[in-house]
Design a protein around this ligand. Structure first.
Ligand code: PGA
Length: 252
């Protein structure tokens, strides 16, 4: 059985001082929730401070992105071994990175390979835009993102991969997908594509999260489906009551 995972993507929010305040409020409450893997993904600059606050908890820490090279002339970038000093997880291929910062399936693929090489758990994001959704292209788009993003990855690494299905039209819009729609994509498209890449056992081991306007009020609707293994939460992860309630709802 897959352990549910709930990750908070703070995006470009919180100074170090603000991050400390948020973690002080949230982490004892999250830490009480056994049976769910809990991950906080603050901005890079807050990782060190938050890492030391989480040291005696079972909360995991993740970065929101990283470069695939270990070092070199890549001004402004952060390397996998630098992330690994503080984090166990890294979000890769978020739609905001794809839309605003030139992320492609090919760069996602390099980053996933680098994450695995450094023992990080990649949370690989896929999802279609509103246009693609309305044109009935969801399956084709997310299949292409999975095949491109995970090309050449050894099936022995499958259990270390987490996938997040985040329809772009649902992110930050307050218009979440229905649980039924998300589950259909998870089960009929993503799990199948993963099984073609990694075999049935590999695909079975991979957690597939839903993301896009998840809140305390709609979380249970998603987690009721067996193929929705948790959530990648943006806006609501900055609100302690919301994020704690979402995490509790993920318990199986
Ligand atoms: P949201 O963002 O929960 O604010 O819609 C989700 C995400 O971008 O991961």
């Amino acid at each position: 059985m897959r352990t549910p995972l709930v990750a908070g993507n703070w995006k470009m929010n919180k100074t170090v001082a603000e991050a400390r305040d948020l973690v002080t409020t949230m982490s004892p409450r999250l830490n009480e929730i056994a049976g769910v893997e809990k991950v906080l993904c603050p901005p890079y600059l807050a990782l060190m401070a938050v890492a030391s606050m989480l040291a005696d908890t079972d909360l995991g820490l993740g970065a929101q992105d990283m470069h695939w090279e270990e070092k070199g002339a890549f001004t402004g970038e952060v390397a996998p071994n630098m992330v690994k000093e503080f984090c166990r997880y890294v979000i890769i291929g978020h739609s905001e990175r794809r839309a605003y910062f030139g992320e492609t399936d090919e760069t996602v693929n390099r980053k996933v390979a680098a994450a695995l090489k450094y023992g990080l758990t990649p949370i690989v994001c896929v999802g279609e835009t509103l246009d693609q959704y309305e044109s009935g292209l969801t399956a084709e788009v997310v299949r292409r993102q999975i095949n491109g993003g995970l090309a050449g990855i050894d099936s022995a690494n499958a259990p270390k991969i987490v996938v997040a299905y985040e329809p772009v039209w649902a992110i930050g819009t307050g218009k979440a997908s229905s649980g039924e729609n998300a589950n259909t994509v998870h089960q009929k498209v993503l799990r199948r594509a993963l099984s073609e890449l990694f075999g049935a056992d590999g695909a079975d081991a991979i957690r597939i999260l839903y993301g896009g306007s998840v809140t305390a009020s709609n979380a249970a609707e998603f987690f009721a489906y067996p193929d929705i293994d948790g959530a990648l939460v943006g806006g609501a992860s900055l609100k302690p009551d919301e994020f704690v309630a979402i995490t509790k709802a993920a318990l199986r």
